[in-house]
Design a binder for this molecule. Structure first.
Ligand SMILES: [Mg+2]
Length: 276
């Protein structure tokens, strides 16, 4: 039976929309971070990794603009250039960003360890797999091909540059829903690793979920995670969790190994008439 309305219909999840870097590939989301540092360095401005990672998940041009609007960066820009950062500065940095990002993306294309099992679970439950990203088509082409070689081929890929605005706007998610033929939006769960991912999920009316260990918010390699003091790791995880919940996340998972459990939990909520 169709389940767009009516109280006796049981709705189940029909699709998962994954983010790319920091969620399904590029553990710790390292590919873009160094490139943001570099484009600002080229303009004489040193930014910290934390500043570079702050707006992660957005369209990369928006990302550069948001960094330039941080009070500390604004001040430093004024000191170095004797004037404020302009739209043409942002354009120039974005133009510089593209080839640099393209040159390193392949190095950071390894899928996260829990993905293959999660894909099996999702497929066995007959859910579709969509995806959204702050990368442009050229970057996604390289990353998509690298992921395909490792067995990851989602049913749909929508880039920030395919729509009028990237995250936190919901347009990439709507484009996925349309392409996958799936509605209503509450039958879709979005999984991502940044604040803008969570907001995208919420703004699209989907279940919005943050993944912790591989995330931009953690910003650590697997090696670093294994060597960090367990108490510090726990603190860091809690802080990432808080960040996701503050952004409106419905659930937070440690890794994609929790995918099956997550889908069951959401299906239970849907069965009880609870919407995101
Ligand atoms: Mg990401």
């Amino acid at each position: 039976m169709s389940n767009t309305s009516g109280k006796n219909n049981t709705m189940n999840l029909k699709a998962v929309i994954f983010d790319w870097a920091g969620t399904t590939v590029d553990f710790g989301c390292f590919a873009p971070t160094g490139v943001f540092n570099e484009v600002f360095r080229q303009k004489g401005i040193e930014i910290t990794n934390r500043e570079a990672r702050g707006p992660m998940g957005m369209h990369k041009r928006d990302h550069i603009r948001v960094i330039s609007e941080y009070p500390r960066v604004k001040e430093e820009w004024l000191r170095v250039h004797g004037r404020e950062c302009t739209v043409s500065d942002i354009d120039e940095m974005f133009n510089n960003f593209i080839p640099l990002q393209l040159s390193v993306i392949d190095k950071h294309s390894e899928i996260v360890p829990e993905l293959p099992e999660a894909l099996k679970v999702i497929r066995s439950m007959n859910l579709k797999i969509g995806s959204t990203t702050g990368y442009n088509n050229e970057m996604m082409k390289i990353l998509g091909e690298a992921a395909a070689k490792q067995g990851y081929v989602p049913d749909c890929v929508v880039c920030a540059t395919d729509v009028p605005a990237g995250r936190p706007a919901p347009w990439m998610a709507f484009r996925n829903a349309e392409a996958l033929g799936i509605y209503p939006m509450q039958s879709i769960v979005k999984i991502g690793d940044t604040v803008s991912d969570i907001q995208e999920g919420v703004n699209a009316g989907m279940w919005s979920v943050g993944v912790v260990m591989s995330s931009n918010e953690m910003g650590l390699t697997r090696k670093e995670i294994n060597s960090i003091d367990p108490a510090d790791l726990q603190k860091l995880k809690e802080s990432v969790k808080d960040t996701y919940f503050s952004a409106g996340a419905h659930f937070v998972i440690d890794t994609l190994a929790e995918t099956e459990e997550l889908i069951i939990k959401i299906n239970n909520r849907l069965a009880n008439g609870i919407k995101p």
